[in-house]
Design a protein. Structure first.
Length: 218
């Protein structure tokens, strides 16, 4: 099989996982168990020395990093319309994807893995608390992005077709519920994410990764 995606359940690899499923193409999903350290094993390091997911391998060629993989899949499966084809609409969709990846995503890393940024438990607690506050603000901004897209008459964040922005929005809000953010406090975003979760390719990926959408606990 020419296409292989290395993914970890619930990680950002969910985004290209959904795109591949939506493309209708045959691909091999390969789970990497991060909690068991499989990303640090020699076999995986030979594919991606950075030890990260996702990794896409197409006919032996390795592509890493969410934006690169999503843009590659958009070109490979152009009929799927994962991004707008050209002009300002395409630029704005890529802009939003980059913001999700370089701003929202790293903020959650500070919530989920504060030990990456300090060995001091007290400092870690401060990092996490600050990041949760920042993440709440980012979820409000993400909700505004969704509302703006829907007001333009688009069924999806990027336009007429399901794409990476929709899968990433689901991932980011789901992470927010892990951070203690009640999705009911973000009604427009929560309604949209629930609709994304009902999209058949997304349903299939969530089942394969065994994901629960809402992990918020009071």
């Amino acid at each position: 099989m020419s296409l292989t995606l290395y993914f970890a359940p619930g990680a950002c690899s969910f985004v290209p996982h959904c795109l591949l499923q939506a493309s209708g193409a045959a691909f091999e999903p390969q789970m990497v168990k991060l909690h068991k350290g499989e990303q640090n094993e020699a076999a995986y390091q030979s594919i991606n020395p950075r030890g990260q997911v996702p990794v896409l391998v197409d006919e032996g060629q390795v592509v890493t990093q969410i934006p690169a993989i999503c843009l590659y899949l958009d070109e490979k499966f152009s009929a799927a319309g994962f991004f707008p084809k050209a002009g300002i609409a395409r630029a704005k969709a890529v802009e939003t994807l980059m913001w999700m990846n370089n701003t929202v995503h790293p903020t959650f890393t500070h919530v989920f893995m504060p030990e990456k940024f300090s060995p001091n438990p007290e400092v870690q607690a401060d990092i996490k608390a600050h990041a949760v506050t920042a993440y709440r603000s980012l979820m409000l901004e993400l909700q505004s992005c969704v509302v703006a897209a829907l007001k333009q008459g688009s069924p999806w964040m990027g336009g007429a077709h399901f794409g990476p922005l929709d899968a990433y929005a689901l991932t980011l809000l789901r992470w927010g519920t892990i951070a203690g953010i009640d999705p009911e406090d973000l009604p427009e975003l929560w309604a949209f994410v629930q609709r994304v979760a009902q999209h058949p390719p997304v349903q299939q990926v969530m089942a394969r990764e065994r994901l629960q959408l809402n992990l918020f606990k009071r």
